[in-house]
Design a protein around this ligand. Sequence first.
Ligand SMILES: [Zn+2]
Length: 440
Amino acid sequence: MPYQQGSRLPGEHASRLGHLDILDYSLVNELLESFKRQYVPDECLTVEWQEMLDPGEPLKYIFAVDGSLQRIDHDSVPYSSIAFIKTAMIKLDTHALARVDKENPHPFVLRDILRESVIFHATLLPLRNTWSEGSNIYDTVRQTIYKSICDTSPGMNGQILETLKWLAYRKWGETKRSLPEFECPHGHEGSKHLTTLPYDAECGRCPTCGKEVYITDFLGFHLEMGEEAVSPTIASTYMILHETLLLFTAIRLFWENHRELLTECLFLKDGPLSIRAQYSKLVEPIRLFLAYAQENGYPIHIIGQEKSGTFYDHLQFIGKDAPTMSYLILQDLYIKRHIQCRPENGAPYGKDTNYGAKVFVKLNNYHMMVLNVPFGLYTQNPRSEDLIGWERIFATLLTILSNRYEGALLPIELANGIASLSTYPSAKILKLFSEEGLHP
Ligand SMILES: [Zn+2]
């Protein structure tokens, strides 16, 4: 996702007579007058930010992940829709980054840095009126997701599947456990609707109905699909899951092969460190692994950056008056009361879905950001000592700032450029290309 541009609306091109009716309408006028702009109580402005007095030593290696998706609708019969999805990861070292001009990065310098250090994955998912021969859209999507996670192209080498198995079966530990039970995608008569797979399997037969089940079914995509239609959010969920798995593939490979270097890496993800709804099954294994690694002397440094949304908006209001080189770790009650505006006695914020705390950071007047930093096991009210490797992460932020956008981090900006589908190849090319391959 790109960094937000200015918030001013574009100029209007044509006057529309229809607007006159609406502006004269008394209900509309009454409502407009009654609404207030965002209201920030004094309580938020007086909340105490913590100063970072002693940032640690910056980390040496940086991995950044981003993704994009483009939905293509064909506007002639049979009105099909498909979504193209791309994810990318780049590896950088802070030494090389130091050579980059933060205001005007030279394209050749960037090209040299990125030449050896980019991997990406691309796939597509059918959303409407598109399916494989002899199948329906429900099974086509299930199979396509499985096949995409298995991606064996040169950059991926089947490693994403290995990472999914590693997390789902918690393979860093000693005990060999089968997959926690999940809803069988084929549905069963009677009350037993759950299924599972034995340790380390990527697919197999359901013990109850005997039909084929994939490890990707465990994530629950089929709970969001009907036989004829697919919720478009499946594409964005796939993208977020793939980004997460890509990041954890780098972490897993270091853990297995170069554990001594793992603690010198910073892993950056565009967007929050959370996985929503039924897909959150990966959150618990992620938290357990991060806690396990830290207990064993390997703190893993990860941040997610939120560049839009309610937390971002709130920071724009309260960050102005905060001191520089400071941070604020948001507590459960504060989030419910001032950001989500929901009842305070409801479920703790992010209990099932988040593997990071929300942290506002203000480095200087141009660089304020909303970060997510992992805390290992879930805690409702994280403190700075709960944030894994926080001092070193903070110190590294200062070395990877970009001056092209407010609050921007150069590795995320670069990953965004690589993962972007909207600029290259253009949406139009994708459309022509998919029409070519989709003759009825
Ligand atoms: Zn079954």
